[in-house]
Design a binder for this molecule. Structure first.
Ligand code: NAI
Ligand code: MG
Length: 485
């Protein structure tokens, strides 16, 4: 196996199984398209159910030897993977931008986040400990935290490299073997990460990638009887289907299903921070972020002035190919463009024309303008449903109680942002709102170390932080009678 990174993205990819690139069992292939140009980037072998079977069985064998290795080996190999990602970061960032469309500077940050994720869980891999539990004198009782076995990872297309690392790093750190089904729009980053990890010393078979479509490869993996844990990130309906098939096999499942997150601005907010936060919340990655702040709730006293400034900020964003590092790139695919445009049409019917944007760019690529709808009532579809594009709804509130009420007025509960200089109010909001993360005075504050996941329909379980290790371990209690004499 070569130790050199390829100088350019290949135009042909296969599956990654047992530490090497392997052809799929059938000749079926699919193409990856550059969303900025609509050109084909590569064609990729499509995993069938049989290929998934092979990957799971290879992972099972690798797990059996990995589980009995000393934890310090896991520390060493995850540390080496982090270093290898950093060494190849420019190449990996280019892959992310070619597949997904995001600006290259964002891809660089996400690749660094992926490296940091392996580094963070390397630091935990030899500290996954049990407890001893006091009982009456005649007993000794202790717990052991054991890996699950083979874990399945269904990764979406919006931040493919980081979201791959987000669940794979803790799974490997805890001693599992992983099989990853990347999104059909963005399989290359996953295949390249598996190669980088293998070259960095990860034993063969511990990390396998089965590119393909959800209905076939995805369903075969998540419904596989020898998969012991599933981490799914994507849409609500698909997540529900995955969980339903998982329960047939009694497989532990973690779901991260997106949201309709509120961003709340009070009159005493630091003005520039609130404007920056509002734009960042919805325009980052062209709004294709599970935790995007897609609903602005602004106090009625500052609505007009804040909206004026916000529109100026949105108008100043320059759109273009991510590789040239414009402020905003295209949406990921033609299908997704159609979905977002459809929501913009729905918005026009529900509340009238947007105050800015609403169109696509007159050029190749799936570009949609930054779009803001004002005067949006909370019972409209554009205020309730995840659009996953650069489309912001604006509504007003009169007081703190109404702010919380509106913040909570969707089925989702992933994150919530608030801008105020009143410390008590900020923490009252944090206490009262239904959200897995609360950002005070800076949207997307936090990082790899902070637990992330949804209340309500936004999901089950937590990624990131020390907590994620719970997703990939099970507890065995051992109780001994020591009084037989
Ligand atoms: P999706 O939920 O259908 O796809 C996500 C992943 O699940 C992909 O890897 C896909 O291949 C896989 N998948 C699809 N069907 C499957 C099945 N039956 N069994 C196992 N895996 C399966 O999402 P899609 O269609 O790409 O996007 C639709 C909407 O979902 C977006 O517009 C957005 O609102 C939301 N979404 C949310 C994300 C998040 O970060 N929470 C990420 C991506 C999409
Ligand atoms: Mg789908």
């Amino acid at each position: 196996m070569s130790n050199k990174a390829p100088a350019a993205i290949s135009d042909q990819y296969e599956l990654w199984i047992d530490g090497e690139e392997r052809s799929a069992g059938t000749d079926d292939r699919f193409t990856v398209v550059d969303p900025a140009t609509e050109d084909t980037v590569a064609d990729v072998g499509m995993a069938s159910g049989d290929d998934v079977d092979r990957a799971v069985s290879v992972a099972r064998d690798a797990f059996e030897s990995w589980r009995s290795r000393p934890p310090k080996e896991r520390v060493q190999v995850l540390t080496a993977i982090a270093a290898a990602i950093r060494e190849q970061s420019e190449y990996l960032a280019t892959v992310e931008t070619m597949e997904n469309g995001k600006p290259i500077s964002s891809s660089r940050s996400q690749v660094e986040r992926a490296a940091r994720h392996f580094e963070y869980y390397a630091g935990i891999a030899d500290k996954i400990q049990g407890e001893s539990i006091p009982l009456s004198d005649g007993y000794v009782d202790y717990t052991i935290r054991e890996p699950l076995g083979v874990t399945a990872h269904i990764v979406p297309w919006n931040v493919p490299i980081y979201l791959f690392a987000r669940s794979v790093a803790p799974a490997l750190a805890a001693g599992n073997a992983a099989v990853v089904k990347p999104a059909e729009q963005t399989p290359i980053g996953a295949l390249e990460l598996a190669r980088v990890a293998t070259e960095a010393g990860l034993p063969d078979g511990l990390l396998n990638v089965v590119p393909g479509f959800g209905a076939e490869a995805g369903a075969a993996l998540t419904g596989h009887p020898h998969v012991n844990g599933i981490t799914f990130t994507g849409s609500g309906p698909t997540g529900t289907a995955v969980a339903q098939s998982a329960v047939e096999n009694v497989t532990e499942t973690h779901l991260e299903l997106g949201g309709k997150s509120p961003n709340v601005v009070f009159p005493d907010a630091e003005w520039e921070a609130a404007l920056d936060g509002t734009i960042t919340a919805i325009m980052t990655n062209a709004g294709q972020v599970c935790s995007a702040g897609s609903r602005l709730l602004v106090h009625e006293d500052i609505h007009d002035e804040f909206l004026d400034d916000l529109v100026d900020r949105a108008a100043a964003l320059e759109l273009g190919p991510g590789i040239d590092d414009y402020d905003m790139g295209p949406l990921v695919s033609a299908d997704h463009l159609e979905k977002v445009q459809n929501y913009i049409d729905i918005g026009r019917e529900e509340v009238g024309d947007p105050v800015i944007g609403g169109g696509r760019l007159d050029r190749d690529g799936y570009f949609v303008e930054p779009t803001i709808f004002d005067g949006v009532s909370h019972d409209t579809r554009i205020a309730q449903e995840e659009i996953f594009g650069p489309v912001l709804t604006v509504s007003t509130f009169a007081d703190e109680d109404e702010a919380v009420e509106l913040a909570d007025a969707t089925d989702y509960g992933l994150v919530a942002g608030i801008y105020t200089s009143d410390v008590g109010r900020a923490h009252r909001f944090a206490r009262d709102v239904d959200a897995g993360q609360v950002y005070i005075n800076e949207y997307y504050a936090g990082g790899n170390e902070t637990p992330f996941g949804g209340y309500k329909q936004s999901g089950i379980g937590r990624e990131n932080g020390v907590q994620a290790i719970d997703n990939y371990t099970q507890i065995k209690n051992v109780c001994a009678n020591i009084d037989l004499r």
